[in-house]
Design a protein. Structure first.
Length: 134
């Protein structure tokens, strides 16, 4: 289904830092219709838009707000995996904005979940991102 494919494509494009691909992916769902989307799709489009914006600007409060909106949509939908993956990205943005306490809390939540599901590669990524701020 479109929602599953859209989420997987968002993840893949973020992983390889293909920001042009994110732009094209966002064109699939017109911006003026996104507020009416099912929660999962809303989360995917909000996350893709925030990561796209991050690619062309430095971390901003608007990027953080976009990621926070995606986290909220994923939480309401019940998509814990997507919620935690987005929180990991949000933690990096919050650190860049000097909001280190919030970033540390998010990373702790994400770390607990990754440990629980045995996501060793994602834990290693989280450690790589966190290491410079230690």
């Amino acid at each position: 289904d479109l929602c599953t494919a859209y989420g997987l494509l968002t993840d893949a494009l973020c992983a390889v830092k293909d920001h042009e691909g994110l732009i094209h992916l966002l064109e699939v769902v017109p911006e003026d219709t996104r507020a009416r989307l099912p929660l999962a799709m809303r989360g995917h489009t909000q996350r893709a838009a925030a990561i796209r914006d991050l690619a062309v600007t430095r971390p901003t409060t608007d990027v953080a707000a976009g990621l926070e909106a995606a986290v909220t949509a994923y939480r309401k939908w019940g998509g814990t995996l997507y919620e935690r993956r987005t929180q990991a990205q949000l933690a990096g943005v919050l650190d860049s904005l000097g909001r280190h306490g919030e970033a540390q809390e998010l990373r702790a939540t994400v770390r607990e979940f990754y440990t629980e599901i045995g996501a060793h590669a994602w834990l290693a990524d989280l450690d790589r991102v966190e290491a410079p701020s230690r």
